[in-house]
Design a protein around this ligand. Sequence first.
Ligand code: BEZ
Ligand code: FE
Length: 281
Amino acid sequence: MRNIDAQTITPAFLQRIAGCGDPRLKQVLGALVTHLHDFAREVQLTEAEWMAGIEFLTTTGQKCSGTRQEFILLSDVLGLSMLLVAQHHDKPAGCTEATVFGPFHTDDAPHLPDGADLRGGAPGTPLDVAIEVRSLDGRALADAEVDVWEADADGFYDVQHADLDHRRARGVLRTDAEGRARFTALLPTPYPVPTDGPVGQVLVACGRHPWRPAHLHFLIRAAGHETLVTHIFREGSDYLDSDVVFGVRSSLVAEMPEVAPGRHQLRQTFVLNPVMAGATP
Ligand code: BEZ
Ligand code: FE
């Protein structure tokens, strides 16, 4: 095909992938390029602007490392991560809602006994947490895996401290026969997402703040149930209505009252969605 113009380029591309043997790839790539072309036409994108875009994406890739994922951060601040959560984790009423995973989970958190203190020396106010894990019909879920992680009072996850040689403010517990688990964590405080990279520059350029409201992360796995990835946010925290990654759901906001001088408490029930026989959790 010759003499392509700003309109015929799109059907020309789609024709070029007509023989693609992977139907899903053909659908996704075809739609992506169609929207990209529409976008360039709509904003009359200049070559200089696209070059700036290429430089931004290059810097974003260069910022990534074993402990830093700038592309996930980009997806988070653009709202794409939360859009996918909303699209794929729409659970039946009564189930605990999901929210973004974020970049700070690790697979090597310590496995801790019931009642453990997972702070590991991290600075902050103690928070005594008592949780229950239940199925949608109210049945207690015994032996569920409860993976918890959070930032310290300085606003950093352990993996962000280059000089730290152990995991802290994170841990994996299992529920008892009543579906319960108890542990001591840190009273969460708001913190900014990393701003020393290209994503931070975008936030500044757009006049956006980088803050997340105070929260703890939970990843809960129980046999026969969908895995739940969620947070519990602290009632009264700043930024609940302007979370930089759009992750707050009202049902996930909980009171964490001070129950003794300098000691707070959280009681929380998580309700997991049973999977249909034959479905993958
Ligand atoms: C977090 O809550 O850990 C997080 C989520 C998205 C981007 C950055 C951090
Ligand atoms: Fe977080």
